[in-house]
Design a protein around this ligand. Structure first.
Ligand SMILES: NC(=O)c1ccc[n+]([C@@H]2O[C@H](COP(=O)([O-])OP(=O)(O)OC[C@H]3O[C@@H](n4cnc5c(N)ncnc54)[C@H](OP(=O)(O)O)[C@@H]3O)[C@@H](O)[C@H]2O)c1
Length: 255
């Protein structure tokens, strides 16, 4: 794998990104790392570094290829991710790598104003995070404005969807992001977000899963426990060995 450019196999796998997305949504790449026994985290959600160094670098290259990157608030609170490209070598032309817009699905504004995404934005090493929220319910209302102000002051751009639901429906999120100029979207997890996207699988163009040669055990966090059978439009496209991991790519036959 060349260290100064993305792994060659990513180009054909993501050839759809060169074309305009559908009018009502971005191109969607769902990607995550799992153990051999299909777990994405340890007991009680403990963050596990499942990917080896090489596949971690591949994921950071993937980030450079997308306009936006989504995680759910469960992941934002649990892992405090940075969603940047810090594992990549400097570009040959000394320009910075393209960073995707961090987007957090956070219907109830639970994100911490102290999170790394906001710290990085304040330090000018990260892009301004977008927080997609819902309309506050009566339960949320008492300190909603306080949380809204704290996040805004820390630098978050809060995009309030006209819904009072704790689950932001995938088609609504995608349509909103497309209208906000996101043409390509990487979805990184966690478990509930993966399940929601697999449940709305007609919106997925590319599914890229890194399978690490390790077993987590039954206490780990699983995904896909509630997805419909017969997701037939996602077909095998490529399998690559990346370091000790297997990277398995499925593509929509429509894209
Ligand atoms: N291995 C990997 O590649 C990987 C990647 C990322 C994360 N993870 C792991 O995943 C775990 C976190 O997963 P999680 O399931 O707890 O949290 P999550 O999927 O990150 O976030 C779920 C939360 O997002 C909000 N949400 C808004 N719209 C949603 C929608 N359409 N579908 C689902 N949720 C929606 C809800 O917030 P409210 O609760 O406020 O309503 C929901 O509880 C952590 O253990 C983390 O380490 C692993």
């Amino acid at each position: 794998m060349s260290s100064s450019s993305p792994p060659a196999f990513l180009q054909p796998a993501l050839a759809n990104l060169k074309h305009s997305p559908p009018p009502d949504r971005p191109h969607v790449t769902l990607t995550f790392a799992q153990s051999l026994d299909a777990k994405i985290a340890g007991q009680h959600g403990k963050q596990l570094i499942l990917s080896g160094k090489e596949s971690m670098v591949m994921t950071h290259w993937l980030r450079t290829m997308h306009d936006g990157i989504i995680v759910g608030i469960g992941t934002a609170l649990n892992d405090d991710p940075q969603l940047n490209t810090r594992h990549l070598p400097p570009r040959l032309d000394s320009q910075p790598h393209s960073l995707p817009r961090p987007i957090i699905l956070d219907p109830r504004l639970r994100l911490s104003p102290e999170c790394k995404l906001l710290k990085n934005f304040q330090a000018k090493t990260g892009r301004r995070p977008w927080v997609l929220s819902a309309t506050p319910t009566d339960d949320d209302r008492p300190d909603w404005q306080q949380r809204y102000d704290a996040l805004s002051q820390a630098g978050a751009s809060i995009v309030q969807l006209e819904l009072s639901s704790n689950i932001l429906p995938v088609p609504v999120v995608l349509e909103k992001l497309r209208r906000l100029g996101i043409n390509s979207l990487m979805v990184e997890g966690g478990a509930r977000i993966i399940d929601s996207f697999l449940n709305a699988c007609s919106f997925i163009d590319t599914l890229l899963v890194t399978v690490a040669p390790t077993l987590v055990g039954s206490h780990g966090v699983a995904y896909g426990t509630n997805i419909p059978t017969g997701i037939s439009h996602l077909r095998h496209f490529d399998t690559q060995a990346v370091g000790n991991d297997a990277v398995i790519i499925l593509k929509s036959e429509k894209s």
